[in-house]
Design a protein around this ligand. Structure first.
Ligand code: GLY
Length: 426
């Protein structure tokens, strides 16, 4: 059954989806790849379909008419809005969690209550829907602390506050100014967790769990982890901080109990579960769960995946993940995000990008926010490029990646200069 060639539909248009298209395109099981809405980079591997990225019914109609054997959903919003349920109700296979299961990312309050109920290690928290009560709470507990919107905020809804003034500002922005819309009507206030972060993705069919190689993201905009959080400014894989012992600990005390907890909550989780982890002095603790591949972590992780991804994705839908064996390239991979000046705040678009017409021997330039006008590539988002390179070890991967970055430019291009340095112990 699984050696028949199929048409695949990919949903999304960012760097993560470009990396997924790059990987899926290599599969001998692929007949034709389509993408909704797609991007100029993805079009190298897939036919773009003119359906809006939020139009679930439009996606379903396209899939039904085009003999789609598997739909792979990149971003969280269609998952949280129930795209997998809609496809399955219509007899189609879709890789990703159901709407109930996607609450693990869609509502921080849901996720934190689930972890608390099942004694899964995470920071202590209190939830608020009242501005004054939230202010009283921070005055009583003091800084440092972390404030997060309950709902989705494109990776920008978490505020690490070192002072009470920063915390007051975060509560004002989220609950009163509504900079993240209704996502900030409810917030959680968490204890600050010291330590270094790592990301671990696992494939699961709801019962079997298969960890991917580890990665480390770089969320703050500036070097040395300074400045406001972004969707992620770069990543590398593997992350040496997640040693084999720690990985086993994370699987035993965090991942397996979470997958079981989801089952017992009638929210069986299938697809890719992303655990954002803090390596605290008291052991690994959950920072967040996401219901999809991380962006930019997907770029280096997928570049290192040797095995065909399509049977793995299908097996998560078909409840037979135990039949899969995933092999990895032993080399390191690094992704450096080039962003528009001003991101994660406001930024301008339509700057001409140069250097995209070349093929780079040691890596791939994934397109995060780009559009094409005639033969010209123009910036079209906050995160513009995910430059991803490989090397025999992390040091070489960093050097190869920044060599490619040096060939790319656009007006106001910004990137961190320290991606991967924590992995080198610097
Ligand atoms: N890189 C963080 C995220 O994908 O949410």
């Amino acid at each position: 059954m699984e050696d028949k060639k199929i048409n695949i539909l990919l949903i999304g248009n960012g760097g993560r989806e470009h990396a997924l298209a790059w990987k899926i395109h290599q599969s001998p099981l692929l007949n034709k790849l389509y993408c909704i809405p797609g991007s100029p980079g993805i079009e190298e591997f897939a036919e773009s379909v003119n359906v809006d990225g939020d139009d679930l019914k439009g996606m379903l109609d396209f899939a039904l008419k085009n003999d789609i054997g598997l739909t792979v959903i990149g971003p969280e919003i269609p998952l949280v809005n129930g795209v997998v349920d809609l496809f399955e109700q219509n007899g189609l296979k879709a890789f990703g969690p159901s709407q109930r299961a996607a609450r693990i990312e869609g509502s921080k309050i849901y996720m934190k209550k689930l972890l608390r109920k099942h004694n899964i290690p995470t920071a202590e928290f209190v939830a608020f829907n009242d501005y004054k009560a939230a202010l009283l709470h921070i005055e009583s507990v003091g800084a440092p602390l972390v404030i997060k919107t309950d709902g989705l905020a494109a990776g920008k809804g978490a505020y690490v506050c070192k002072t009470l003034e920063e915390a007051e500002k975060a509560i004002q922005e989220t609950m009163i100014d509504k900079v993240h819309g209704e996502s900030g009507s409810n917030i959680i206030i968490e204890d600050f967790m010291p330590g270094e972060e790592a990301s671990l993705f696992v494939f699961t069919d709801g019962h079997n769990i298969y960890p991917l190689e580890s990665a480390q993201d770089h969320k703050p905009i500036f070097d040395d982890d300074k400045g406001p959080n972004t969707g992620g400014m770069g990543a590398y894989s593997p992350a040496p901080i997640l040693t084999e012992n720690l990985l086993n600990d994370v699987l035993e005390r965090i991942i397996v109990p979470t997958v079981h907890a989801m089952n017992s909550d009638d929210s069986t989780y299938k697809g890719l579960l992303y655990a954002g982890l803090m390596m605290t002095p008291k052991g690994p603790k959950v920072v967040e769960f996401n219901c999809r591949f991380g962006d930019p972590e997907a770029q280096p992780v997928l570049m290192r995946m040797k095995t065909d991804i399509v049977p793995v994705l299908l097996s998560c839908c078909n409840n037979n993940l135990h039949r899969q064996m995933i092999e990895w390239h032993p080399e390191s991979a690094v992704c450096v995000v080039m962003s528009s000046e001003g991101y994660p705040g406001s930024y301008s678009k339509n700057k001409t990008i140069t250097g995209l017409d070349k093929n780079y021997e040691k890596g791939v330039v994934f397109h995060s926010g780009i559009r094409k006008s005639g033969e010209q590539y123009l910036t079209n988002g906050g995160r513009v490029l995910g430059v991803t390179g490989m090397g025999a070890n992390l040091e070489e991967a960093i050097s190869n990646t920044y060599d490619i970055v040096d060939h790319l430019s656009f007006d106001g291009a910004y990137y961190r200069k320290d991606i991967g340095s924590k992995g080198l112990g610097k």
